[in-house]
Every structure is written in C-alpha cells, then in structure tokens.
Design a protein around this ligand. Structure first.
Ligand code: UN1
Length: 507
C-alpha cells in the first residue's frame, strides 16, 4: 500500500482541487483499487472540489482491523486524558472555523452563515463530550445484602461504524465521533459521498490534536461499496447511522442477525403550528427560516405549516412577502440566503415532488422551478403550496428541499391531529401565546423535538436529538443519551462479607 502523510491543505480545500485520501491506521492512503470519484461544487459544477478514494471492502476491512488494534490501548486511556485531546481538537476547530465553513459551502452548497453554524455545532459537541471525560458518571447504590457494594460503570463497545449524511457534514459526524471517543471506542467513519472533504478536514483536526493512529479511521466511498461491508462486519459492534429511511432499514436488517447495535436517525416531515393568538410576524420568520434555510435540506426542516384558519390568509400573505426577500446564489457571495441543493438528482427529485403537489390539486403560490439565474448549479426556487390536505403526498413524504405546505385547520385539536398524522416524528413547533395550548402541544405532539415560539430547526448539542415513529429506532444522538449509545453498562457487585450471601433467597 502507498502511504503518504496528510496532503490536505485547508486553503486548497477552499479554492483549489486535489486528490484526497482515506485515513487508516494513522496513515493517509488511496483506495486499494486505485479508484477515485469526483466531487464538484453544487453551485457551479465546473468547479471541481477534488477527487476522493472510491473505497471498497478491502479498505473497510483494513480500517476495521486498524480500529480493532487501536482499541486495545485507547480503551485504557483515562477518559479525562481522552478529553484533553478532544479539547485541543475543539480549539483547532475554533481557529479554523472560517476556512472550514468556506470549504463546506463550496462542497455542499449551504450559505456560509450556515456552514459556520455547522462548524460551531461540531465545536459545541467536541467540547461537550470532552467535558464528559471528567464525568461519565455511573451510580453507586445500596445492596440488598450486608457488606456488599454495588455500582455501575460505563464501558466502551469496541469498534463502531459511523455512517453520516451530507447536510451537516461536520456537525453530525461530530455528534458521533465525539461521544464515541470519550467513551473509549475506536471507529470507522464512512461519510456521505457528497461531502467527503468536510469529514477529511474534521478527522485531520483530531489527528493533529493527538488522537492516536487507528482510533479514528475514515473511508470514503459509496454506501453499497464501502458502507455495506462496514455494516456487515462482525467486528463492528455498533452502526450509528443518519440518513434516509430506505438505507436505515438496510442497516437495521444487516445488523439484526447477530444482534449488533444500531442507532438510526432518519427522515422528518416537520410541522409548525401557528395558532390565531400567535405573534404572526415572528411565526412567519420562523417558518421561512425553518422551511427554506439549508434549502430545506434538514431532517428538521419545516415542511408543513399547520395554520389556524382564522389567520390563514394573513399568514399566507406574510410568508409570500418574506419569501420575496430571499436571494438564491453561491453561498459564499454576500447577501445570499439560499444556496443550491446538493446535487442534480436531489434537484430532480424536488422538482418531481413539486409536480406531484400540483397534480394532487394543491395551490402553488410561489416558486416551483429550477432557478437558472442564480448560477449554473442546482438551484431550486423556494416553493409554497397552499390549501394542502394532510393526506396529499407532499404533506406526507419527505421532500428534502425548499418546499413547504400550508395546511389550514380549525383549532388546536385538529392542528395536533394533523401534525401527528404522518409516519415520521422528528421535530414540531407551535406558535402561541397561550400557555395552556403550548403545554398541550408539548405533551401531545409525537416528535422527539418540540419548540414553542421557535422554528422546527435549531437543536442544541447537549440535548438528545432524534425522533419517534419512522424517524428512528428509539435511540438519540447528542446529549447525555449519546453516552448510552457508545457505552455498555456494567453493574458491579463487591461482596466483602467473607460469606456466601444469596440474593433473593429467604434464609
Ligand atoms: C439534521 O437536519 O439532520 O436542529 C440535523 C437543527 C440542526 C441539526 C439538524 N442543529 O436543525
């Protein structure tokens, strides 16, 4: 195998193009097959971001073995020491935030204010998890028996596989890498093939901060060629996946026969409810940010606006006015609010959904097409449908683009019913000034995240992130819950009575 030191250069990532490599066992290496794939700027497909290893089973196996070997040592490094390395990584992320953000905008399209937010979320997660190095609390608890001591401790799982999406190419890998690291696991990261560079830049920072060779391995490639062998390996104790339901099902089924752990964070069809007593200007600001920010490509995007009929006309007018202020373009240019969508196939899928919405009889009030004046890339106009029925496909299926649906209802009861009448359960929001309505919604909305008087997007790393129903499989990323994902609990009993004490047996 050819080995090289890290060739990646941050200024090149922002403007130039180069051949990037996998990171296996502490070395930057090409795919064994020598195959590569290209990645282009979605705002300008003639701008080549770089070529990346098109890896396959042999590369994945080597990465898993490197991780397995590194685990022997890493699991024994005291967690506060692991945390110290991570604090260094957090500081490097802060130092390079601007360049990382710019490289990410170029790679996946969202505007630089948002890619800065993506890097910031990674910084937050790395610091948050690093701090856990001095906690990672277990519990002590009395025993039923005399002279017996009971406690619980967290133990790492071993090698974990992390499969991450392109829409938050630093934040989401960091939600998985950081807690996995602090808990003492080693890992193989397979990032989305639309955003390998952002992951490479992130992993380089961990390398520079002093994460030992083999602890984090990064293998670029497609889901079928690189993701599949990672899921199939019996040496991989957990797959933590964020992406589509379709692939999530494959992950679940692949890991099920030998009971390997799986965490899934998948789609959303998130509703924002606007009640008649709400601050309508605020609600509409939240809707426009939630629906069209990141070009609607967030799992948490506001893709349904459930509005009380009494304020329907007013809300519609306010949304349309606000939409007129949105500017599409290259996310590094001043004044641009909406970047392109990630690739041509994504654009075509979104445009198809717009046609479906029209055919279903919803009223399209704005947008509806590709925007060619914004550049040569994959730009889709922010699109608003009105008088959408909850049963329509555009109100049920995840579009993952800048399209939202106004659904008029009568009162809170119907609003909650409609909000819940979907297969997903990630994020919901309600705008109201009435505390009774707010708490009723908090109780009854079926979603892992619920916001009152705030948009459906905007999760913070120290709270659990994930959803109910088809959004997930009961696990949560981030927050304290991430520690449970990346640890096994061990209950420990120490009997210092010098006699055989039989629990639960009557004397
Ligand atoms: C996602 O869309 O997959 O709450 C993650 C938010 C972001 C994370 C979104 N902090 O919208």
């Amino acid at each position: 195998m050819t080995t090289q030191t890290a060739p990646q250069n941050l200024s090149c990532a922002v403007t130039g193009s180069q051949d990037y490599l996998n990171y296996i066992g502490g070395k930057w290496v090409p795919a064994k097959s020598g195959k590569t794939f290209k990645n282009v700027n979605p705002a300008d497909p003639s701008d080549m971001v770089g070529t990346f290893p098109a890896s396959g089973e042999a590369d994945i196996q080597e990465a898993i073995l490197a991780a397995k070997k590194a685990f022997e040592q890493w699991r024994l490094v005291p967690a506060p020491k692991r945390g110290e390395i991570m604090f260094k990584a957090g500081n490097l992320l802060i130092e390079r935030k601007e360049e990382l953000a710019r490289a990410m905008t170029r790679e996946m399209g969202k505007v630089v204010a948002e890619t800065r937010g993506d890097v910031q979320e990674a910084i937050d997660m790395v610091f948050y998890a690093a701090g856990e190095g001095r906690r990672l609390f277990g519990e002590t608890t009395p025993s039923e028996l005399v002279n017996k001591f009971c406690m619980t401790v967290r133990q790492p799982l071993g090698v974990v596989g992390l499969i991450t999406p392109w829409n938050f190419p630093m934040a989401i890998p960091s939600w998985k890498i950081a807690p996995a690291l602090i808990c003492g696991n080693t890992m193989v990261l397979k990032p989305a093939s639309d955003t390998p560079l952002s992951s490479i830049l992130l992993v380089q920072i961990f390398e520079e901060a002093g994460v030992p060779p083999g602890v984090i391995n990064l293998v670029c490639g497609s889901g079928s060629e690189a993701g599949m062998p990672l899921m199939k390996s019996e040496n991989v104790k957990l797959i933590s996946f964020t992406g589509s339901c379709e692939v999530g099902r494959i992950v679940n089924e692949t890991c099920a026969p030998d009971f390997r752990h799986v965490t899934l964070e998948m789609g959303g069809k998130n509703a924002c409810i606007i009640m008649d007593d709400a601050n309508l200007e605020l609600a509409v600001e939240g809707v426009v940010w939630g629906a069209f920010g990141t070009s609607g490509q967030r799992c948490t995007a506001t893709s349904r606006v459930i509005v009380d009929r009494k304020v329907h006309a007013k809300v519609r007018e306010l949304i349309l006015t606000k939409m007129k202020t949105l500017k599409l373009g290259y996310g590094l240019n001043d004044g641009v609010n909406i970047g392109p969508v990630v690739n041509e196939a994504a654009m075509n899928k979104i445009l198809e959904y717009i046609e479906i919405g029209k055919a279903e009889g919803a009223d399209m009030l704005a947008g509806g097409s590709r925007e060619t004046t914004a550049g040569s890339g994959w730009f889709v106009q922010p699109t608003l449908f009105d008088n959408v029925k909850s049963t329509m496909r555009i109100a049920q299926e995840e579009i993952f683009g800048p399209v939202t649906a106004l659904i008029p209802v009568d009162g809170l009861k119907e609003a909650i019913q409609v909000a819940n009448a979907i297969d997903f359960g990630l994020s919901t929001a309600i705008y109201t000034k009435d505390v009774n309505q707010a708490f009723t919604a908090l109780r009854d909305l079926e979603s892992g995240l619920t916001y009152v008087n705030a948009p459906t997007i905007g999760a913070e790393v120290h709270l659990p992130f994930g959803g109910m129903k088809n959004t997930g499989n009961g696990h949560r990323d981030a927050g304290q819950t991430a520690l449970d994902t990346f640890c096994e609990w061990k209950s420990c009993f120490v009997d210092y009575s010098d006699s055989l004490q039989k629990a639960q047996i009557d004397d």
